[in-house]
Design a protein around this ligand. Structure first.
Ligand code: ZN
Ligand code: FE
Length: 254
């Protein structure tokens, strides 16, 4: 029986642990200490690590965990990831036999140029590309790159569970309301997620259906968001990529 558990790290990171009774796989272990505690208290062996991109809050714990457990370490071929054993890129398949998991790798440049996401068994581990009701900042890529990456993720089945690497949901919802305030699904989501946070619970995983209904960065073709971009540009946006670019800029300054 496979379980997926968030290990909180730093201020707002989640290191996702996929585990059965014996083995565990970690996604983006930015800090070794909470991972070691998680593995040791449950008597789990770390067999693999999946890495989405090179930022310190996603890779900082890898080598310490690697020296202890010798897991396979899968990470993006276009980025430098410490202690990596297997370089992957879009279209590759990652198979972890012991724990019975298989993921396809999706290239999702934008937040960083080599960023990848992992999709398998109805679960998407998308690092800092897609967030609940938001998306990652454009540190390295262009708006067109990020918009295309999000489009790719939006093609996955509606019931896909979305495991993001940060708990940013409530602040993302505040921004979403400023550009898509008339969206009833968004207001409903705010109530539900505020309640979860009040009880100290994660708002994740989300689902792709919920993201398509509420995430402004997946809704750049919707009339309400086109109008929000228009108000900021003081002219009609040329296309959905320009709507995305305007919204992403507005979020940076929000
Ligand atoms: Zn990052
Ligand atoms: Fe991050």
């Amino acid at each position: 029986m496979l379980t997926v558990t968030p290990i909180p790290a730093f201020n707002d990171n989640y290191i996702w642990a996929l585990h059965d009774a014996c083995d565990a796989v970690l996604v983006d272990p930015g800090d070794a200490a909470p991972c070691l505690e998680f593995l040791e208290t449950r008597g789990l062996t770390l067999t693999a690590i999946l890495v989405t991109h090179h930022h310190g809050d996603h890779v900082g714990g890898i080598c310490e965990l690697a020296s202890r457990y010798r897991p396979r370490i899968y990470g993006p071929s276009r980025e430098s990831v410490p202690c990596i054993t297997d370089r992957v890129s879009g279209g590759d398949t990652v198979a972890m036999d012991g724990i019975g998991l298989q993921f396809s790798v999706i290239d999702t440049p934008g937040h960083t140029l080599g960023h990848v996401a992992y999709y398998g068994s109805g679960r998407l581990f998308c690092g800092d590309t897609l967030f609940a009701c938001g998306c990652g900042r454009l540190f390295e890529g262009t708006p067109a790159m990020m918009a295309a990456s999000l489009d790719k993720l939006a093609q996955l089945p509606d019931d896909t569970q979305v495991f993001c690497a940060h708990e940013y949901t409530l602040s993302n919802i505040r921004f979403a309301k400023s550009v898509d305030g008339g969206n009833p699904a968004l207001l409903e989501r705010e109530k539900r997620d505020q309640e979860l946070r009040r009880n100290g619970r994660p708002t994740l995983p989300s689902t792709l259906a919920l993201e398509k209904a509420t995430n402004p960065f997946l809704r750049c073709g919707e009339p309400g968001l086109i109008r929000a971009a228009e108000a900021r540009l003081k002219r009609s946006p040329h296309d959905a990529v320009e709507v995305f670019a305007v919204l992403r800029r507005a979020k940076d300054a929000f």
